[in-house]
Design a protein around this ligand. Structure first.
Ligand SMILES: Nc1nc2c(ncn2[C@@H]2O[C@H](COP(=O)(O)OP(=O)(O)OP(=O)(O)O)[C@@H](O)[C@H]2O)c(=O)[nH]1
Ligand SMILES: [Mg+2]
Length: 467
């Protein structure tokens, strides 16, 4: 065995008394390969558990990619034996396998063993809880895109000579292609609806803030903290999809569709959209299927990129890179929010924790290639927060208010019915900073979304001389 091949195979000790006995869980072996450094299987094990697998062993290898199995042949045979010994029903592969590798591995493993790579595992997790029309369509599209090259591969392997040469002409392939087109069309319509809704909300004076970030980073928890209390008597114009609850849980993909709530941030009326968490190791195709999340982030007036500061520096960097690469570029500024600051760094004073989190973040960003992630240019200074301890939230509100597009104006108008109507219009849109009555005149200080301030100014001036 070469030094390059230094690896581990192990069967988990299942006599851990704390381990929940989940009789429904499918026994699975985790396999991972990295070209450098020992593979870390923590995350893939968590994902596997969340998807309903009981990990009964693992095979890892440090090696360059093997074209046939991804793992080296000897290691793939070790995997086969471990699966047989442990009576595992699935192999969870920490990486993206080509269709050819999936089939070769499937043929080597005991008959019936499912080969589940990272993208497929992510699809299974989504499938568990897709809960909206957009989420369903997106999941369907991601699945079809995943299946298509695998279907081609299986037809090429099983079919006769003529099919092997042209698997794309097979009716099953044509069927999947047709379904992909139809899912894409449906998503185009949903995307158009969302864009129209964003425009309406902006016209109504709302700033659009989106929460982005890796799975389990703390996005929904923060969204809840930022959101206004929901009252029974909301004023008119309440956006149709405002959710009363946001689900928070310690597991990936707790949030499976975008969810929007009202919030007052730094005195501004905003709509905060919580989005689906990113995962690394997914092909761009799969990420692109989650358009409503990506577009909510890209088109926001300000995006908050939630970065879990309780992660160790290597994980923080990996997740940050995956998130930025999925986002690619945004219209507005991006404020990095270092979440779970209460658990960041070594135990110590609060100040220590916050600076440890900031340092890890700064180091990760310094490492990024702006050509690879243009969004790096939109990054503002990071703000550490702890939703648990309610720390840093005022600083975050100030940073958001500062990042949002703002216009100010002072308008003097004769006091009367017209001015009062204009003033009440401006109040409804949250752009009135101050009002001063003097004699027959009223002076109004406006601040907020530029288009709304302009319109308020026009309405107030209308009652004025010559208006
Ligand atoms: N210690 C600590 N834990 C936190 C904090 N914020 C969130 N968490 C925990 O982190 C876990 C994930 O939180 P969520 O808000 O569900 O994370 P998410 O980013 O919405 O996750 P997905 O929707 O699955 O992508 C939960 O167990 C939260 O309780 C914090 O400020 N401090
Ligand atoms: Mg969430």
């Amino acid at each position: 065995m070469s030094r390059d091949d230094a690896t581990t195979n192990e069967r988990d000790a299942s006599n851990d008394p704390d381990r929940p006995t989940d009789t429904d869980a499918t026994p699975a072996v985790v396999a991972a390969r990295t070209p450098d450094g020992p593979p870390d299987t923590t995350e893939i094990r968590e994902l596997a558990a969340a998807a309903g697998y009981a990990v009964v062993g693992e095979v890892t290898q440090r090696r360059r990619e093997d074209p046939t199995y991804d793992l080296g042949r000897g290691k793939a045979e070790d995997l086969m034996r471990l699966v047989a010994d442990a009576d595992a029903e699935a192999v969870i592969y920490d990486g993206s396998l080509s269709p050819g590798q999936t089939f070769s591995l499937g043929n080597l493993l005991p008959t019936g063993t499912a080969v589940i790579d990272r993208p497929r595992l992510a699809l299974e997790l989504f499938a568990d809880a897709a809960d909206s029309r957009a989420a369903d369509r997106q999941l369907e599209l991601a699945r079809l895109r995943y299946e298509l090259p695998r279907l081609r591969e299986s037809i090429a392997r099983d079919g006769g000579e003529d099919v092997r040469l042209r698997p794309e002409g097979d009716s099953r392939v044509l069927d999947v292609e047709k379904r992909i087109e139809s899912a894409e069309r449906a998503l185009d319509e949903i995307a158009d609806d969302r864009a129209a809704r964003r425009a309406e909300r902006r016209d109504a004076g709302f700033d659009l803030v989106a929460l982005a970030g890796y799975a389990n980073a703390g996005k929904s928890t923060l969204a809840r903290r930022l959101a206004d209390e929901v009252s029974d008597s909301e004023p008119d114009g309440e956006p149709a999809d405002l959710a009363a609850t946001l689900s928070v849980d310690d597991g990936p993909f707790e949030t499976l569709s975008t969810t929007t709530r009202r919030a007052t941030i730094g005195g501004r009326r905003t709509l905060v959209t919580d989005t689906v968490g990113f995962l690394d190791g997914l092909p761009h195709e799969a990420v692109r299927s989650f358009r409503t999340t990506i577009e909510a982030i890209r088109r926001a007036d300000c995006a908050l990129l939630v970065v879990d500061a309780s992660d160790d520096p290597a994980d923080l960097r990996r997740k940050l890179r995956a998130s930025l690469s999925a986002i690619e570029a945004t219209d507005g500024p991006v404020i990095p929010v270092l979440s779970k600051a209460d658990e960041a760094g070594a135990a110590g004073t609060e100040a220590d924790d916050l600076s440890a989190a900031t340092e890890a973040y700064e180091a990760a960003v310094a490492d990024l290639d702006p050509d690879e992630s243009p969004v790096v240019a939109s990054l503002r200074p990071p703000v550490p927060v702890s939703a648990r301890d309610d720390a840093g939230l005022d600083e975050l509100a100030a940073a958001v208010a500062d990042a949002l597009p703002t216009a100010t104006a002072t308008v003097e108008a004769p006091n009367g019915g017209d001015a009062q109507a204009a003033l009440s219009w401006a109040y409804d849109r949250g752009v009135v900073e101050g009002v001063d009555y003097e004699g027959d005149a009223v002076t109004v200080e406006l601040a907020g979304r530029p288009a709304v301030v302009d319109e308020a100014e026009r309405r107030l001036a209308r009652g004025g001389p010559g208006g």
